[in-house]
Design a binder for this molecule. Structure first.
Ligand code: ADP
Length: 391
């Protein structure tokens, strides 16, 4: 086991004007035994980062250390890390037993019998002991991924590196394997870095989530914190499904009478308290982005459209999710909003509704997307609210 440190690492593919900065001055640490999930949209530099840690990609600038020792110049096989890939990367002509023992045979001085017993022990742990003499082509996708995981575990590496390992599995199996990998990682206590573009995977599996965009690190924090206190508008919009709702607003008014006015429809206003404005540290006249999560949107059935706290919209679509409904609300003041409401509430498409939200649920971002105010959580942890993220 070991701590992993990425310090000021940059990766440029190509050179000169045509060079692509895939990773831009990234600094990130994974504590001993910690499970860090690196998440972000396609092309943000996640895989490149992981591959640099594994030694499969050179580092343009900066240092990567494992257990305090720089490994920039070390060959992949000398780094003592095990990588699990999306496409399993099993040898088709070898049996499960040979696949699992292969790395060990060459990277350790264990005897044949020792390799055999370690492979059998791990196969039992993974529930694949009956498949040891099968070839990969005889296995299902889930079984192949278990073999690939088993092969990594058998080596007892200092760190696991997972590159989107569940992407090829169907939804149900993916959810099951998420739980299985999380449990295994906790049981084994091996320092792990896991790359995915799927924010739900990141939120449900990680001790710590690291969000990247355009090669740059946006935020590193436990799942609760990235959800409730996103560092910027990008993180706010990327984490959570359905995404956070946004409006472009301007602050107006004065002490005791501050209002957020929608810039695209000045009749839509939301009265805010002095505390909120003080927390955001902004002056009247400032342009901001307001953000509210779908579960914090409250439909007010008998609301009066004259009430300054309420916003008006038309129901565009109702999507029943079983436990609750997602309502798409079309609003002249901005993009459509999504409200997550009780499954018993199913208005007809086109129904006019009024809605509001509690001031404590309000997020405010400046024009550069930095967070000025995030939501209060009333002591609720992310996991109390985890239903917000469909599995
Ligand atoms: P992610 O894993 O987040 O999808 P990648 O790390 O694969 O992103 O890619 C980051 C950026 O680097 C992208 O713009 C991608 O096109 C570019 N890139 C990745 N690999 C190469 C390569 N071998 N040569 C040139 N550009 C690459």
């Amino acid at each position: 086991m070991a701590r992993l440190d990425i310090e000021n690492v940059t990766k440029v593919y190509g050179s000169g004007d045509g060079g692509i900065v895939a990773v831009d001055d990234l600094s990130l640490s994974v504590d001993d035994g910690q499970f860090l999930v690196l998440v972000g949209p396609s092309g943000c530099g996640k895989s490149t980062t992981l591959r640099m840690v594994a030694g499969l990609e050179s580092i343009t600038e900066g240092t990567i250390s494992i257990a305090g020792e720089p490994v920039n110049e070390k060959e992949p096989r000398d780094r003592d890390v095990a990588m699990v890939f999306q496409n399993y990367a099993l040898y088709p002509h070898m049996s499960v037993r040979e696949n699992m023992g292969f790395g060990l045979k060459y990277s350790s001085d264990l005897s044949k019998d020792e390799v055999r017993s370690r492979v059998e022990e791990v196969a039992e742990m993974m529930g694949i002991e009956d498949l040891l003499d099968d070839k990969p082509s005889q296995l299902s996708g889930g079984q192949r991924q278990r073999v690939a995981l088993g092969r990594a575990i058998v080596r007892e590496p200092r760190a696991f590196l997972f590159d989107e390992p569940l992407s090829n599995l169907d939804a149900k199996l993916r959810t099951h394997m998420r739980t299985e990998i999380t449990r295994l990682q906790r049981d084994l206590g091996v320092t792990s870095m896991y790359v995915t573009h799927d924010q739900a995977e990141a939120m449900t599996m990680a001790d710590v989530v690291a969000v990247m965009n355009h090669g740059e690190l946006q935020q590193v924090a436990p799942p609760n914190e990235v959800y409730d206190h996103p560092a910027n508008r990008f993180v706010a919009g990327f984490i959570g499904s359905p995404s956070m709702n946004f409006f472009d607003v301007r602050i107006e008014g004065d002490h005791g009478d501050y209002r957020l006015v929608a810039r695209r429809d000045e009749s839509a206003t939301y009265a805010v308290g002095d505390d909120c404005i003080a927390e955001a540290g902004v002056e009247p006249g400032t342009n901001l982005t307001l953000g509210v999560r779908p579960e914090d949107v409250e439909i007010v059935p008998d609301g009066s459209s004259d009430d300054p706290l309420l916003l008006n919209a038309l129901v565009d679509v109702v999507e029943p999710m079983g436990s609750d409904n997602f309502l798409t609300l079309s609003h002249p003041a901005g993009d459509n909003w999504i409200a997550r409401v009780d499954s018993g509430y199913t208005p007809e498409d086109g129904t006019p509704v009024t809605y509001t939200f509690d001031e404590s649920a309000l997020h405010l971002f400046d024009e550069d997307g930095r967070t000025l105010k995030s939501q209060g959580t009333d002591g609720r942890s992310y996991h109390d609210r985890a239903a917000a993220i469909p599995q």
